[in-house]
Design a protein around this ligand. Sequence first.
Ligand code: PLP
Length: 398
Amino acid sequence: MSGRELSERGGPKSPSERRFATKLLHFGGEIDAVTGASSVPIHQASTFHHHDIYNPPAFDYSRSGNPTRAAVESAIALLEGGTRGFAFASGMAAISSALLLLSAGDHIIVTEDVYGGTYRLLTTILTRMNIETTFVDMTDLDAVRAALKPNTAAVFMETPSNPTLKITDVAAVAAWAKERGLLTMVDNTFMTPYHQRPLELGVDIVLHSATKFLGGHSDVLAGLAVTKDEALGKRLYALQNGLGAVLAPQEGWLLLRGMKTLQARMEQSERSARRLAEWLAARGDIARVYYPGLPEHPGRDVHERQSLGYGAVVSFDVGSGERAKRVLSRVQLPLVAVSLGAVESILSYPAMMSHAAMPPEVRAERGIGDGLLRYSVGLEHVDDLLEDLEQALGGADS
Ligand SMILES: *Cc1c(COP(=O)(O)O)cnc(C)c1O
C-alpha cells in the first residue's frame, strides 16, 4: 500500500510482483477502502442501493457479487496466478458449478481415486444429466489417452490423489488435453497454491475445498475456483451467478482470516508430516505408508517437478480393519473425523468416512482398504503426535 518497496521499474510493486508470504497478507483488497479498517468488513447485505439509477453500483445483489466475497476472490486469484477467482458455499459447490461447464452428452476423464464427494457427484448426479465419466489411473498417461472418446470434453485431476496420494503429471496431461481442445481442471485442495499452482502448469481451472488448508481452522465450509482465461472466467461467473451456490460474507471473512497464516501453517504441518511419514515407514508393523515426500514414493520425481512441497497428509495401512478401528479408538490427540488441513490434527478412516460412498469392491481396487488411515498433521508438537500414535498402534492383539 505505501510503496516503500520499489519494483524493477522503480515504482511501487504490485501485489503480484511480491513473494507468496506477502501476497497472503497484501493481496490488494485487505484494507477497507472507506474506513481504512485493518480487515475487510463483513458486508452482511443482500442488496445495494442504486444512488444513480443510470449508473448501477459495482455491487447490486449479493448472489451476483458481494464486497467481502470479492476480497476472497481477488486473494485466491492472486495466489493461484489467475485472473479471476470465485468463492462458493463449499468445495462441492465449486466443483459441481465448474463441472456444469459440461453439457448433456459430454464425457469426462477423471482421476480414479478422486475425492469421494466428487465421485458421488459424477456417478449419481451428473449421470442423470447424461454426462459420462471414465475413471483412470491418471498417473499413467497411456491410460489417460486410452480413455479419450469422440465426446470427451474435459479432464479432471486431483494430485496428490485422495487418499492414496498418487501423483499426476499435471503439465503432461494438460498439454495432451490442450492439443485436443479439452478443458482441464485440478482439485488443488491437498497442496494449496503455496505448494502447487496448476495454472502455471497449463491447467484451465483450479478448484479448492477451502474448508481444508486455506480456511485451516475446521470452522468454515467454503469452495474456490480460479481461471486465467478471461472468456472461461466469464462462463464460470455465469454458472456461479446462475446456480447461486455462493460463499456467504461471514464465511468469506473467516476464510480470509484463515488464509493469512497459510504459509506459516503449511510449513510447520509439512515438517511434522515428513517426520510422521518417516517414523511410520521405519516401523516394521505398518503395511504401507503413502506420502510423496518418502524416497520410495513412485510419484516423487513428478511431484517434485510440479510442487514446492509434499503437504501435510500422510496415509498409511495398518494391515486390517480391526487394527485401524483400534487405532481410531485409542488416539488421544487427533480429531477422529472427516476433513483435513486444520490447525489440529485430524485422523480419518476413508473406508467408513470420506469414501463410504464408494462400493467396497471399487475401494479395494483403488487401494483404499479397510486398514487405511489418513492422518492430516496439524500444529501440535510432533513428538506428542508420535507418542500418541505409538500408544495407539501398540499392543496390536490386545
Ligand atoms: C473436502 C474435499 C472436497 C469437498 O469440499 P467441501 O468443502 O467439503 O464441499 C473436494 N475435494 C477434496 C480433495 C476435498 O478434500
